[in-house]
Ligand binder design. Structure first.
Ligand SMILES: NC(=O)c1ccc[n+]([C@@H]2O[C@H](COP(=O)([O-])OP(=O)(O)OC[C@H]3O[C@@H](n4cnc5c(N)ncnc54)[C@H](O)[C@@H]3O)[C@@H](O)[C@H]2O)c1
Length: 247
């Protein structure tokens, strides 16, 4: 499949590398010119074990660009992986998401495209992204068809490639069954663990498949918040137990 990834930061780059490594054609887009140039020169702007190796292995199926006109029109699936940093009041800054959605809308090509939100976003953002895309098309729909899906990211920095190739679950939320089918096909090599494992990222012993959790769009967005807050809860809990143990 042809994939475009908007935002080539930690999540975008590792996702792009893993999807290219399992056989997809991936265009990674970033609006940071210096980052795109660094990647084109074969250098890696993040620290992540084995990222150089996997990018080298997948390089014939990966391109880096700043141009939406180059990345979007031919893509079957467009991932949004831009940053959503917290603002002073704790709410997420969604300006990058808004810009990315509008630019995607301007460049969607003919045929069916699934726009997938991988960034961590408040519940309801998928519907907002859909309306931003429609708005930016301004009625020029012709043969363009798209659906928005949510595919939250659970990777941990430092074991991002291991977490992406050998996940303990993949969550796909969409209100369009066609979008769910496209994403199931996209992830099939990982779901069925049918890809050849790289020598430097061995498949965990006994792993035969990865579970796919399919939900509606809003539920997938909620799952990410539930997972993040559960992690915070576990850390707070064990810290309390630690304090008690000290006493
Ligand atoms: N890093 C993690 O461990 C992690 C794990 C799970 C989820 N997430 C979530 O994934 C999302 C991405 O996180 P990250 O750590 O990869 O962020 P990052 O800051 O490393 O990367 C974001 C990239 O998006 C680019 N960008 C911003 N606006 C753009 C636009 N309009 N068009 C093109 N590119 C644009 C930036 O230049 C940057 O390179 C966030 O929502 C984050 O919360 C991150």
């Amino acid at each position: 499949m042809r994939i475009a990834i908007i935002g080539t930061g930690y999540v975008g780059l590792t996702t792009g590398a893993c999807l290219a490594a399992i056989g997809h054609e991936v265009t990674c887009l970033d609006n940071n010119a210096a980052k795109v140039e660094t990647l084109r020169q074969g250098k890696v702007p993040i620290f992540e074990p084995f990222i150089e190796e996997i990018l080298e292995e997948a390089k014939d199926r990966m391109r880096f660009t700043q141009s939406y006109a180059e990345a979007i029109p031919g893509a079957d699936v467009v991932f949004i992986a831009v940053g959503t940093p917290s603002m002073a009041d704790g709410s997420p800054d969604l300006r990058y998401l808004r810009e990315a959605a509008a630019s995607i809308g301007e460049h969607l090509g003919e045929g069916f495209t699934v726009v997938v939100n991988k960034s961590t976003v408040p519940i309801g953002s998928g519907n907002w992204v859909e309306s931003l895309i429609r708005e930016s098309r301004g009625g020029r729909n012709g043969k363009v068809e798209f659906a928005v899906a949510s595919n939250p990211e659970f990777l941990r920095e430092g074991s991002a490639l291991q977490d992406s190739l050998y996940p303990d679950r993949i969550v796909v939320g969409a209100d369009s069954p066609r979008a769910v089918d496209v994403l199931t096909n996209l992830y099939r090599p990982i779901l069925e663990q049918s890809f050849i494992a790289p020598s430097y990222l061995k498949r965990p012993e006994g792993m035969a498949a990865a579970p796919l959790v399919t939900t509606d769009l809003a539920s997938a967005e909620l799952i990410k918040y539930a997972a993040n807050s559960f992690l915070a809860l576990k850390i707070s809990y064990i810290n309390e137990i630690g304090r008690l143990a000290e006493k």
